[in-house]
Design a protein around this ligand. Structure first.
Ligand SMILES: [Zn+2]
Length: 297
């Protein structure tokens, strides 16, 4: 079997009819757009693309062998692209779906937080809505986020300091560096907002860098801010409530998940598509252990 016969050559391409050229162009655009979009959100592993291409060639190869009149399959670039697209979507869906069942927590847990709003950046009703959204996720695991108190705090804070709150503590720094930053710069700002009571605190403050941070400097607090995706001035996706739920996960002792291909509350790569509420049994047990260790409820 000759390679040229199987996959078409220049001559075959020129002979393609108009319909298959259009289909081919549409599929190329679709496939490129999908690959670019998924890649920018770190959703598409190169392995998925390679496997999809291999599977597709295999299917075309099988069809070629099984067909009595294989000539019809010679101009099969559009079929090839269609198959690659099909396998990419199937493999992606397969890889996103967690293999373990959702975690179960049999003992109801109520966790109280003090909420702080800096310089009236969010209304009380909005805050309550976001807490409600976070609770929708945590209630699935028999955990309730309870508002102990909401305090509106007026502070004088520069844009640099706001950005510092979202970026200052970093994995790029050494532990010693982070400890020094925590002690000298970070905690003094947090303490000025929470009146030296940072534990079990959640602060709404706007700043650049991240949508939220949680459980920094050895204290159980989180900061969060609006994260809204707007199109032509209209909010199409409000991720603020999901972010709050994610940061609470950090306060509960959970770490960010680095794997790209698992939808999980602690993996914020997929929030735009899924707003995932999945937590594994391991993660639930970690939370319960953490709570009984710290005796906070
Ligand atoms: Zn995180």
């Amino acid at each position: 079997m000759r390679f040229k016969e199987l996959f078409g050559d220049r001559g075959n391409l020129i002979n393609l009819n108009k319909k298959s050229i259009y289909l081919f162009i549409i599929l190329i655009v679709l496939f490129s757009a999908l690959t670019l979009m998924l890649n920018s959100f770190k959703l598409l592993h190169p392995l998925i693309v390679v496997l999809s291409v291999l599977f597709s060639y295999f299917v075309i190869f099988l069809l070629y062998i099984l067909q009595k009149h294989p000539k019809d399959l010679l101009n099969s670039l559009d079929l090839l692209l269609f198959l690659i697209l099909f396998f990419s979507i199937c493999l992606s869906i397969y890889m996103f779906i967690p293999s373990d069942p959702k975690g179960i927590n049999t003992e109801h847990l109520e966790v109280k937080f003090n909420f702080y709003v800096v310089n009236n950046e969010i209304s009380k009703n909005e805050l309550l809505d976001y807490v409600k959204e976070a609770n929708k996720i945590w209630n699935k695991y028999n955990i309730s986020i309870v508002i102990n108190n909401v305090e509106f705090v007026e502070i004088n804070i520069s844009d640099e300091k706001r950005t510092f709150l979202y970026t200052g503590i970093s994995e790029k720094n050494t532990t010693e560096q982070n400890e020094k930053i925590c002690k000298e710069e970070y905690m003094p700002i947090i303490n000025s907002i929470t009146n030296n009571n940072p534990n079990m605190s959640i602060i709404f403050i706007e700043g650049k860098g991240n949508s939220g941070r949680g459980n920094l400097c050895g204290h159980s607090f989180a900061i969060f801010q609006y994260e809204k995706l707007s199109l032509f001035g209209t909010t199409v996706r409000d991720l603020t409530g999901w972010n709050l739920a994610h940061e609470i996960g950090h306060i509960f002792g959970l770490s960010d998940l680095k794997e790209n291909y698992k939808i999980n509350l602690m993996n914020d790569k997929h929030k735009l598509f899924y707003k995932s509420d999945y937590l594994s049994q391991d993660q639930i047990e970690r939370i319960i252990k953490d709570k009984s260790k710290n005796k906070v409820s």
